[in-house]
Design a protein around this ligand. Structure first.
Ligand SMILES: *Cc1c(COP(=O)(O)O)cnc(C)c1O
Length: 406
């Protein structure tokens, strides 16, 4: 039995794993102490729970627990990493390198720094969505203090060559931050073997609660210095002031523990579902094209253009499926995706993009449902859609009035 809607938007957020929720619940009403309260049992209990969660988060990425800073999510972690590094290293230089396909958390932090006198290079990626290590090497100057490249892209699922980039940065004595929000819990991350200085990840992208995440800051040599971005307390070694979200952190820790345990099997299962979805759709339909490299891609991601359709119209006709489309739509304001334009899609093709994000709770039955229903909806839309009659240059070969009545 399928329960609708079928949730295939696991890059936006994920359902809290019931085991995670169960672990969190006592920390709302029973063990509700402040982890900074040193004078009573409730405080100690909360502190112990945070310490344990820190161990679990560290184990997932194979680092020292003391190198984990708990935050309110990846957006905050990224802000702390990028602005914190910039402020701490201003005397050494004012140049930062990143890519055009980063999450807004990275791009907006960089734009903020540009207003404050920093220079930022936004590197192009190749057509397959992967950044060339050579281009990064060429962009590094004596002024460069930080390189920030995401581990996995949230739209097209492509995996960046983090090992090579981190080696390059170490060699050039430049700090390296990676936004690993879409990688954590999906790919094996071993920080003990990498030259990564800072790494951001988030609980709600890996079946934990929303509003909690972490920044890994290497405690190894060379020393990594960052300036805190919040004032008001000595929590997290003075790097992130504010009362700790104990239930959230407990849930995040549990989510890390589960991910670490199931990662290999879950990746294989999710990849089978993803591949089945792609082969099912592409054998039923012409004009389906994958966006981004298919080999260097996380198992749960399928991002496709479906020629001749408007993805938003398609999803309106299929409300029982929850996916994302190429244009992040906020009220009347339709913004084309900066990621899709960076890999060379034109506006018309961008409008036809659907991102499927398959995750832990999806079943084969759900994938079969999508394969059995979506192609016929596409065919219907293509019959009535003006987009269908457009040339590959995006210019309609038809005049108004030539379009079929909708
Ligand atoms: C979701 C996401 C973020 C933001 O994470 P929050 O915890 O929601 O703040 C940052 N980067 C990437 C790649 C993401 O997918």
């Amino acid at each position: 039995m399928i329960s609708f809607p079928i949730y295939l938007d696991n890059h936006s957020t994920t359902k809290v794993d019931p085991i995670v929720l169960e672990a969190m619940l006592p920390y709302f009403t029973e063990h509700y102490g402040n982890a900074s309260s040193k004078s009573h049992e409730l405080g100690w209990k909360a502190e112990a729970a945070v310490t344990y969660a820190r161990k679990l988060a560290a184990r997932l990425v194979n680092c020292e627990p003391r190198d984990i800073i708990f935050t309110s999510g990846a957006t905050e972690s990224v802000n702390l990493a990028i602005k914190g590094t910039a402020e701490a290293n201003f005397s050494k230089g004012s140049h930062i390198i990143t890519t055009k396909i980063e999450h807004e958390a990275v791009l907006d932090s960089c734009r903020n720094l540009e207003k404050r006198g920093f220079t930022v290079t936004y590197l192009d990626v190749e057509e397959n969505g992967i950044v060339s290590v050579e281009k990064i090497a060429k962009a590094i100057s004596p002024q460069t203090i930080l390189v920030s490249v995401m581990w996995v892209n949230n739209e097209i699922g492509t995996i960046q060559p983090i090992n090579e980039i981190s080696k390059l940065c170490r060699q050039k004595k430049v700090l390296f931050h990676t936004d690993a929000t879409q990688a954590a819990g999906k790919l094996k991350i071993d920080l003990s073997k990498l030259n990564v200085d800072l790494l951001s990840f988030s609980s709600h992208k890996m079946y934990g609660p929303k509003g909690v995440g972490a920044l890994y800051k290497s405690g190894r040599i060379p020393r990594v210095r960052i300036v805190p971005q919040t004032d008001g307390g000595a929590q997290e070694k003075g790097l992130r002031a504010g009362t700790l979200n104990v239930p959230g952190i407990v849930g995040f820790g549990k989510a890390c523990e589960i991910a670490d345990t199931v990662l290999v099997n879950e990746s294989a299962r999710v990849k089978l579902l993803r591949d089945k979805l792609y082969s099912g759709l592409s054998s039923a339909l012409d004009g389906i094209k994958i966006n981004g490299d298919m080999k260097n891609r996380i198992p749960g991601n399928l991002n496709v253009s479906i020629e001749g359709i408007d993805a938003d119209s398609l999803m309106v006709s299929m409300k029982e499926i929850a996916v994302s489309t190429g244009s992040a739509c906020s009220s009347e304001d339709v913004k084309p995706s900066h990621v899709l334009s960076a890999i060379g899609l034109n506006k018309e093709l961008m409008r036809s993009v659907i991102r499927f994000g398959i995750g832990r709770f999806n079943t084969e039955e759900e994938i079969d449902y999508v394969i059995s229903k979506l192609p016929e909806k596409v065919k219907k839309l293509r019959q009535i859609s003006p987009l269908n009659k457009q040339g590959s240059n995006g210019n309609s070969q038809f005049k108004k009035g030539d379009y079929a009545e909708i």
